[in-house]
Write a protein that binds this ligand. Sequence first.
Ligand code: FAD
Length: 463
Amino acid sequence: LIETQTKDDKKKIAVCGAGLVGCLAACYFAERNYDVTLYEYRSDIRKMKVVVGRSINMAMSVRGREGLKRINAEEAITSKGIEMYTRMLHDTKGNMTSVPYGKSSQCILSIDRRYLNELLLNEAEKYPNVTLEFNHKVKKCNTNTGEIIFENTSTGQEVKINSDLVVGCDGSYSAVRQSLFKDKPVNFSQNYNSGYYSELRIPPLNGTFALPEKHLHIWPRGDFMLIALPNQDFSFTCTLFMPLEMFDKLNSAERVIDFFQEYFVDAMNLIGKESLVEMYFSTRPSPLISIKCDPHHGKKCVLFGDSAHAIVPFYGQGMNCAFEDVVVFFEILDSMGFDNIDRVLEKYSHTRVPDAHAICELAVRNYDEMKYLVTTRGYKLRKKLDNFLNFLFPSSWVPLYTMVTFSRMRYSDVIDARKKQDKIIRTTTWITCLSMMAVFGFYIYKSRSNFSNINNFFKILRK
Ligand code: FAD
């Protein structure tokens, strides 16, 4: 067992997990002059040929960008992102309809996950007070004392360190969170969504994008859907979301091709039948998990990102919310100081847990919207009504998607605001229906003697 000691009086922060949020959190602590060590289970992804992991690209919006802005990294990221202004819906014949995300200037950004992670690692490494330790896997920690035991995965040795704060950024299957469970009562739930996902790729066509690039393409098909996000190399990364039983049924090349022929013919023509079959069978579909836990902290520990709240990707908010965790935590820490870390952690959980729960719920609901509702008349009508009311009352009537994606309104407030909007629409609809019935009844009453059949009634109405 190797003991690593604190070198000086600076507070020692151990960030566990150098994924997206771990790197960002390390930068924030470093900016404030803490002694930061970033421990990562994998080796350095900047030196790897292929990084095995989740989605290849992801959508970034206002909350994520705010997280980057505060370490002056927003421009570097956005310059490599591709702006997506609308949902481009594809029907089974390949016809496309575009539905704007918000106002004409509002867009989300398609970003390469690996590029983002590498850039954030570079940013963290720039600080002299940040040390990067790869091949360090958290085995367990004591969230009351700040002691962590790692396995050095290249030597097999155990490494024990002490810290003033353990920052758990080790993803959905967090070992830090697991240790927290032993040290204090934590409410926890995890749900596997019925949808699984698998990634495919539409290659460039004649040296450019095969589909209009400034859009997030969706092929909504009821119980399943395909989406595609543009990449810098002119390709699109497609994600097929389906129940596992459907994936299992497509167990031969012919079945896969027939299925795509029926539901995603335009996408298949661009992917190519051979590549489609090869890609489809090259990986097992991955499950989608939702995780909620409460609180997000222990005595000397805090959880950020997926370790605290894994979110299904249908709102494109997992990383955005994770980056906002860091922003919110530092707003509290900066106002109260590390000397009050107990109260900082309490306040952080108190503030953030309801919002994490809210976005978990919103993301699950958005699956229905993406795979099915977007094609219905009711959805389109509501969207138009929301946009119209937003035009009339720009600050008091904001569409749901805009509140989630283009604002930093608390997610829990978003749910409340939407409930109020629903209530107003319901009440207005009832009042309108009742008023029409009253008018109808009144005319019948007044005109009883004037008409003997319904035709007379309409004549009176027209007058
Ligand atoms: P991770 O990115 O999982 O990073 C965790 C890190 O911890 C990894 O580097 C891992 O190697 C390391 N680690 C794990 N265990 C240990 C251990 N024991 N010891 C040390 N290190 C460890 N979000 C969006 O905002 N927009 C999107 O468009 C979007 N699309 C998505 C699409 C899909 C298909 C999926 C599955 C998710 C998507 N998300 C999206 C969510 C997003 O990927 C996550 O919310 C985000 O990656 C969370 O970052 P994180 O740093 O908390 O976790």
